[in-house]
Every structure is written in structure tokens, then in C-alpha cells.
Unconditional design. Structure first.
Length: 287
């Protein structure tokens, strides 16, 4: 069964707090018409922001990459206000932020003098218990564009991949490009081989995950060697552990991998994943 999701009561749209069903954008909004917008999802543990600066920084970097002139950091107070207005001040939650280039007659080039459309809302998330999950995942062809480093609202290829996984009862996809694992449909991938951790380099083929970068820092603290190198499907036989990371996923081990109809991997170990989960838990739950 697909997980049940709910609308937030209230959203922030262009400076106003509105009931979710009263918040409207123009049909000519470029995020609606062209997917011409950037988004972020930033977590709160017990109502406390975690890595908010890094999330706003990535939002700013992505906006700059597509020349949307907007100060991402100006949203910081609104992000926090969203949490308190939603009554999530001491709960686990996340804030969705979307910056669209704005409303303009449809063109393939960037229109001039357009006012950005800002949408933001808080929603509760179950962040507890991630350490008890163990995911079965599906290998899917990475059919996305060549700028996966940009956190664009145009997520159709990710959505198509994930629908294939979820409708077949899998928890997530592992995407492959020319036989190499890139990332999940909404997560980053880590592989453990010979006690070393491998993850795809932060180039245009993946989104540079904030959780990914934090996990790389944790590995350094724990003296676990990390190699930013793509792993090929044929290397799976040598892999002992695989885990996925993401803002709402946190750190979840991969139990099995299926490719088409065939089981191509079953987890052999879990030691490194468990060590990382433990320190991740301590850091995110620090009072
Ligand atoms: N997804 N890769 C992709 C394609 C993603 O969409 C995400 C996050 C990640 C993990 O990034 P981070 O650690 O910064 O969350 C990797 C978000 C949560 C989403 O689309 O809802």
C-alpha cells in the first residue's frame, strides 16, 4: 500500500500565510508550466533546525546556477515561523521551500524582470525509528537529464522511476547510468567494500545531498575511509553493505536489490551502517 500523505493546513505564498486550498498561483507561473524552479526540504528534530545553513546554501547555489535572483537566506525566519505556526515547535518535521522564476508569458529563455514565486510550508515527518528500517530496492535506468546537481522542481523522471519501485512493493530505486549507480530517486547511495565507503562523486550526475555530505564528515570522524567513486553494477558481488541517505530517510540500510525480476544483492554485513546510524542519531538528537 502506498503511504498516506496529507496537505498542510497552511502555506506561505509570496509573503502571505494562507489555507492550503486558498493558495493559488498563475497558470503562467514558470514552475507550473516549465518546471522552472528550485526546491529544498530541510529537517527539524524536536522542532530544532538541523543543517539549515547547508540547505539554504544549496538553495542559493542552485538558484545562482539558473540565474534566479533571490536571496535564499532571507527565508530563514519564515522557515522557522512555518514550524511554530504549524504547532511543530517540539516535534520532528520538515519545511518544503520552492522558489519559482515567477509569472511571465511562456518562453524557452529566461524572461526579464520577473518576480519570483515563493512557496513554503512545514509538515510533520516520522524521523524516529529509521534505524529499524531495512529497504528492498529496485534498479532503474537513470533517465534524468545531465544537470542532476540542480534541485529542480522538474522531477518527472524521478517520479516515474519511484512509481515503478513503489507500485511493485519496493522502498526506493537505485538509479544506474551506463551501468554505474548514481543515486536513488530521492536519496544518495553509499556502498561498503573492504571496509571502505564508496559514493558517487558530487558532479552533474547526482544531487549533492546535505545528508550525504554530513555522513562523509561522520566517516572522517570515525576513521572510515571514503572514496568518491561511482560503483558499477558488476561490482555488487564485492559489496558488503549499502545504505541510502536523505533528509527524511536519514540513514537506511539496503536489504536486497532487484534488477528487472532478479535478486542481484542481499546485504552481507551491517557494521559500518550501524556505526554511522548511531552517531547520526546522537548528533541529530543532541539537546
Ligand atoms: N530529496 N538525491 C535526490 C535525487 C534527492 O531528491 C534527494 C533529496 C537526495 C538527498 O539529499 P538530502 O540529503 O539533501 O536530502 C539525493 C528530497 C528530500 C525530496 O525530494 O523530497
Amino acid at each position: 500500500m502506498k503511504p498516506q500523505k496529507y496537505f498542510p493546513d497552511e502555506v506561505y505564498l509570496n509573503g502571505k500565510w494562507l489555507k492550503h486550498d486558498e493558495a493559488c498561483v498563475s497558470v503562467f507561473d514558470r514552475a507550473f508550466m516549465l518546471g522552472d524552479g528550485i526546491y529544498e526540504v530541510t529537517p527539524f528534530y524536536y522542532g530544532k533546525a538541523f543543517l539549515l545553513e547547508a540547505h539554504l546554501n544549496r538553495l542559493q547555489t542552485c538558484l545562482n546556477k539558473i540565474q534566479i535572483d533571490f536571496d535564499a537566506f532571507s527565508l530563514k525566519p519564515t522557515v522557522k515561523e512555518a514550524i511554530s505556526r504549524a504547532g511543530l515547535g517540539n516535534k520532528d518535521a520538515a519545511v518544503y521551500i520552492q522558489v519559482s522564476r515567477g509569472v511571465a508569458p511562456r518562453t524557452h529563455y529566461y524572461p526579464e524582470k520577473v518576480k519570483t514565486t515563493i512557496l513554503l510550508y512545514a509538515f510533520p515527518v516520522t524521523l524516529e525509528g529509521f534505524e529499524n528500517k531495512n529497504w528492498d530496492v529496485l534498479v532503474s535506468e537513470d533517465k534524468r537529464w545531465h544537470r542532476c546537481d540542480i534541485k529542480s522542481t522538474a522531477l518527472l523522471a524521478n517520479v516515474m522511476a519511484n512509481e515503478e519501485a513503489v507500485s511493485r512493493g519496493f522502498n526506493e530505486n537505485l538509479l544506474i547510468r551506463k551501468g554505474y549507480f548514481t543515486e536513488g530517486s530521492h536519496t544518495s547511495i553509499f556502498f561498503v567494500k573492504y571496509g571502505m565507503v564508496f559514493t558517487h562523486p558530487a558532479n552533474n550526475d547526482i544531487l549533492e545531498g546535505i545528508t550525504r555530505n554530513f555522513v562523509i564528515e561522520l566517516c572522517a570522524e570515525l576513521d572510515i575511509e571514503v572514496k568518491e567513486k561511482a560503483v558499477h553494477v558488476d561490482e555488487l558481488v564485492e559489496i558488503d553493505e549499502i545504505f541510502l541517505t536523505g533528509t527524511t530517510t536519514q540513514i537506511v540500510p539496503v536489504n536486497t536489490i532487484t534488477r528487472v525480476e532478479k535478486r542481484v544483492y542481499t546485504a552481507k554485513k551491517d557494521q559500518i551502517t550501524r556505526r554511522l546510524q548511531k552517531v547520526f542519531f546522537e548528533r541529530t538528537r543532541a539537546k
